[in-house]
Design a protein around this ligand. Structure first.
Ligand code: A3P
Length: 334
C-alpha cells in the first residue's frame, strides 16, 4: 500500500507573505510589476520595492533609531553585499576576533555574513516586526537595500556612517539573472537573460532604478564625505588593500603600524575572499533565518567582467547609452 504523498513545502521566500490592511491599501494604489522570483514590485516614491520587503522598509523607516556609532552598509542587490558585510565585520571587530588564519574561532568561519550584519528589510524589520536592538554593542553593523532618500530619518540626522557599495550594472544584470533563476520554483520555468535585461533597463529592478539608487548615494558622498563612503565592487577587486585601508580610515579605525607589520590587512582580505567564504560548510549548506534563501546562492563566480561572457554587443550598447544618459554630468562612470 502506498502512503499519500504530501507536497514538499515551498521555501519561505516563495511563500506568500501576510500583509497588513494598511500595506494592502498602500500597494493597491501603487504601480505594480511582476517580480523576477515571485510576488510583485511596487513603485513607491520613485523606487521599486518587492512585496515581501515593503512592510520591513516602512517599519525600519518608522522605528529605527540610529546611533552616531552605527555603520550601515547600503547596496543594490547583487553588488557584492555578502562580501562587503564580511569585510566590515572582520574590520570593525578585528581586536576581538583576530582575522589571522590561526584563529579557528572567527565568527565568519561558522556564520554567513548576512547573519552577522543583519539587513533592515529582510531580517530585522522583516514582516513589520520591531526588533529589540539593546543587546547590540557599538559599533552596530546593519545593512539595507534602501535608496538614500528612503533611509530612516534618524540615519540622515545622526553621525552614523554609511558605506555604499555598487557594481557595474552589466555584471549586476548577469548576477541577478542567475540568482533569480536559481530561486524561482521549477514549475515557473526560468527567466531569459533578455527578459531580465529589458526589465533592468526599464528601471524595474528590486530597489531600482539602479541609476537613481547609485546617483543618490554618489551625491550624498560628495556632499557629506565624512558620513557617506562610496565604493565600487570593481575597485575593491582591483586594489583591495588600498580600499580596505581607506574604509578603515573612514570608519575611524585606521590600521596601526603594528597591524600593518603583522599583515592584518591581508589576513582580513584572505578571510573574506570568495575562495575562502564560498568553501565554508556554513556557506555551502546553511540558509538565511528569515527568508530561507540558501547561503550558497550568494556565491557564484565572484568576478568582475562576467558580462563579457553573456551580454550581446546590442545589449552592451543599449545599457551603455542608458548609463551615460542617466549619469551625465554627475562625474560617476561605470
Ligand atoms: P556573481 O553572481 O557575479 O558571482 P550580493 O551579495 O549583493 O547578493 O551579490 C552577490 C554577488 O557577489 C555574486 O556575484 C557573488 O558571487 C559575489 N560575491 C559573494 N561573495 C563574494 C566575495 N567574497 N568576493 C567577491 N565576490 C563575492
Amino acid at each position: 500500500m502506498s502512503l499519500p504523498q504530501t507536497p514538499p513545502s515551498l521555501p519561505q521566500y516563495l511563500q506568500e507573505i501576510e500583509l497588513s490592511q494598511e500595506t494592502r491599501d498602500l500597494i493597491s494604489k501603487l504601480p505594480t510589476e511582476k517580480a523576477l522570483i515571485s510576488g510583485n514590485l511596487h513603485q513607491y516614491k520613485g523606487f521599486w520595492f518587492p512585496t515581501r520587503y515593503i512592510q520591513g522598509v516602512l517599519a525600519s523607516q518608522k522605528h529605527f533609531q540610529a546611533q552616531d556609532t552605527d555603520i550601515l552598509l547600503a547596496t543594490t542587490p547583487k553588488s557584492g553585499t555578502t562580501w562587503l558585510k564580511a569585510i566590515l565585520f572582520a574590520l570593525v571587530n578585528r581586536v576581538h576576533y583576530h582575522p589571522d588564519p590561526q584563529n579557528q574561532d572567527h565568527p565568519l568561519l561558522t556564520n554567513n555574513s548576512h547573519a552577522l550584519v543583519p539587513s533592515f528589510e529582510s531580517n530585522l524589520y522583516f514582516k513589520k516586526q520591531i526588533p529589540d536592538l539593546t543587546s547590540y554593542a557599538p559599533p552596530r553593523l546593519f545593512s539595507a537595500h534602501l535608496p538614500l532618500e528612503s533611509l530612516p530619518q534618524s540615519v540622515k540626522e545622526s553621525a552614523c556612517k554609511v558605506v555604499y557599495l555598487c557594481r557595474n550594472p552589466k555584471d549586476i544584470i548577469v548576477s541577478l539573472w542567475h540568482y533569480t533563476n536559481r530561486l524561482r520554483h521549477r514549475s515557473m520555468g526560468t527567466n531569459s537573460l533578455e527578459e531580465v535585461f529589458q526589465y533592468f533597463c526599464r528601471g524595474v529592478s528590486p530597489f531600482g532604478p539602479f541609476w537613481d539608487h547609485v546617483s543618490g548615494y554618489w551625491k550624498g558622498s560628495l556632499e557629506r564625505p565624512e558620513t557617506v563612503f562610496f565604493i565600487k565592487y570593481e575597485e575593491m577587486k582591483e586594489q583591495p588593500g588600498l580600499h580596505l585601508r581607506r574604509l578603515a580610515e573612514f570608519l575611524g579605525c585606521p590600521f596601526s603600524p603594528e597591524e600593518e607589520a603583522q599583515g592584518v590587512v591581508d589576513n582580513i582580505l584572505r578571510l573574506c575572499s570568495f575562495e575562502n567564504l564560498s568553501n565554508l560548510d556554513v556557506n555551502k549548506t546553511g540558509k538565511l533565518s528569515k527568508t530561507g534563501v540558501e547561503h550558497s546562492a550568494f556565491f557564484r563566480r565572484g568576478e568582475a567582467g562576467d558580462w563579457r561572457n553573456c551580454l550581446t554587443a546590442e545589449m552592451v550598447e543599449q545599457l551603455d547609452r542608458i548609463t551615460e544618459e542617466k549619469l551625465q554630468g554627475s562625474g560617476l562612470k561605470f
